[in-house]
Design a protein around this ligand. Structure first.
Ligand code: ZN
Length: 234
């Protein structure tokens, strides 16, 4: 499912009167996408959202590193470690967020590297320095474990199991779907006229993926913001 044109769908339950998403019915793939946001390094988030879209001051921190001349960096350090940190989780995200790993030479999860001189340490980032001799750990090793190869296969990848549908709240709280929990929720949201509830199927593509990441940093009504209100942003 990790092609460059990935598109997922979610089914929203919308309170049309209040123009609010009550919750979304989401597949494993959507939930995996959301959980993957937790694995993104902050530097990557800033890069995806563009500095001017970030609230707070982290973007200034990022800009400062961009501006800093390499001569101020420790000789064994590289600005890209900060500006383009390695996100080791891209498979569920690819297609739904801009490429987060476009610089590092190889991020496929079953390629590892070691120091040319020392065998005791292993890394998946070939710019890492050996803790013993500070040489770049760039000797490629191929992981041949049968178990890992199997786990990469479709339905076992990601974080959550595929057997159930998940319920994603407007504030991104996630739980397995059940009819009891949906009824309880209707109560909680004080929905008196079931007639004002509408089902709406929406697509989650790369634009919406970025919007979702952005909204999740700023809002408690993420699904409403992204899928009901955010018509203007392309
Ligand atoms: Zn070494």
């Amino acid at each position: 499912m990790a092609s460059s044109s990935s598109k997922l769908t979610l089914k929203l339950l919308v309170d049309a009167k209040r123009e609010k998403v009550l919750f979304a019915e989401a597949s494993k793939a959507v939930v995996d996408f959301l959980l993957n946001l937790l694995c993104l390094p902050i530097g990557t988030v800033i890069r995806i959202l563009n500095k001017n879209q970030m609230v707070g001051c982290l973007a200034n921190l990022y800009q400062s590193v961009e501006n800093l001349d390499e001569t101020y960096m420790q000789p064994d350090q590289n600005k890209d470690l900060l500006l383009k940190p390695n996100a080791s989780v891209s498979s569920q995200i690819s297609g739904l967020l801009p490429s987060v790993n476009d610089t590092s030479s190889n991020n496929s999860t079953n390629v590892f590297y070691r120091c040319p001189n020392h065998y005791g340490h292993v890394t998946c980032d070939n710019t890492t320095r050996c803790p013993s001799c500070r040489t770049s750990m760039n000797s490629q090793m191929i992981f041949v474990g049968e178990k890992v190869a199997n786990e990469i296969s479709a339905e076992k990848s990601g974080f959550v199991k595929e057997v159930v549908t998940y319920m994603v709240m407007d504030d991104l709280a996630i739980q397995p779907m059940s009819s009891i929990s949906s009824i309880t929720l209707l109560n909680k949201f004080n929905v008196k006229e079931v007639g004002s509830l509408q089902e709406k199927v929406v697509e989650l593509d790369m634009n919406q993926g970025v919007n979702l990441l952005k909204a999740s940093l700023q809002s408690k009504t993420v699904l409403t913001d992204v899928f009901l209100r955010n018509h203007s942003s392309a």
